[in-house]
Design a protein around this ligand. Structure first.
Ligand code: SF4
Length: 265
């Protein structure tokens, strides 16, 4: 291997390590996938000249870029949630070109069963909230901080959020929504990197730039940041419906930003 290839390979491996990807294997290059960055591609093909078209395509083809992130997650064992009863990884769902993205904390029993975020009772309430804003569920993008169900629906722990969080950051960087709504304290604290009460975190927009690893393929020089709002998690609203009117105020703030007039509640 010549020195240019060796250097490109070292840089690629550094990037994967930053993403928490340690296990690499070889598989034949899928010609139809050229233009996306494949974790398992032949490492000897990691030439510097090939990096530009790959990066451009990752930025332009959002479904392929999301698929690429899902493939990077693989059958993940990076944090302890992989061995605490998860049935499957719950990646994310919705419109890859969405202007609005919701981020929750982690899958519950229904989500673990169906492989899709927010499909249980809390999901039904989220659907109603989205409808009240004048949108359909398919028009937004929905993901969680951790992709595996915490046992007994416990709150994801800090190390679990830190390990899984980079995949969420990459999802946000692909979708490039105009507004991200963090649902609940875990999402808010993970995305904003602050430790504050919901009362203090709500009621305003934050300028949010997803923290991406250096050389992440999703890094787009033309898109630096988005607005982020914080509101209550739908599961919390089911437990304390009195807070629904406060959540509605948060959503109205988001609707104002997106020019939405609202729909049927
Ligand atoms: Fe991997 Fe995230 Fe699941 Fe942990 S929660 S095992 S980091 S996919």
């Amino acid at each position: 291997m010549d020195s240019n290839n060796r250097e490109a390979l070292a840089e690629r491996l550094r990037f994967y390590r930053e993403m928490g990807i340690y296990d690499l294997y070889r598989r034949p290059v899928d010609q139809s996938a050229l233009g996306t960055v494949e974790t398992g591609e032949s490492l000897e093909s990691a030439e510097p000249e090939s990096s530009m078209p790959k990066k451009l395509n990752v930025l332009q083809d959002r479904p392929a870029a999301l698929k690429n992130i899902r493939e990077d997650i693989g059958d993940c064992t990076r944090c302890k949630l992989h061995q605490q009863g998860r049935k499957q990884i719950v990646f994310g769902v919705g419109n890859p070109d969405a202007e609005l993205m919701f981020v929750g904390e982690g899958p519950g029993a229904d989500e673990d069963e169906q492989g899709e975020p927010f499909v249980g009772r809390a999901g039904q309430l989220l659907n109603n909230m989205i409808g009240a804003m004048g949108l359909k569920r398919e028009e937004v993008y929905i993901a969680n901080v951790v992709k595996c169900r915490p046992p007994g629906n416990r709150t994801p722990e800090r190390d679990e959020c830190d390990t899984c969080g980079p995949f969420l950051m990459r999802q946000i960087a692909v979708v490039k929504p105009k507004v991200v709504v963090a649902l609940g304290a875990v999402a808010a604290k993970t995305l904003l990197g602050v430790n504050d009460s919901m009362a203090n975190l709500r009621g305003r927009f934050y300028e949010f730039s997803p923290m991406l690893p250096k050389n992440a393929p999703e890094r787009d020089p033309a898109w630096q940041s988005t607005k982020l709002a914080v509101t209550y998690h739908p599961a919390y609203l089911l437990r304390d419906p009195r807070q629904k009117k406060e959540a509605w105020k948060d959503l109205q703030m988001v609707m104002g930003e997106l020019g939405l007039k609202g729909g049927k509640a």
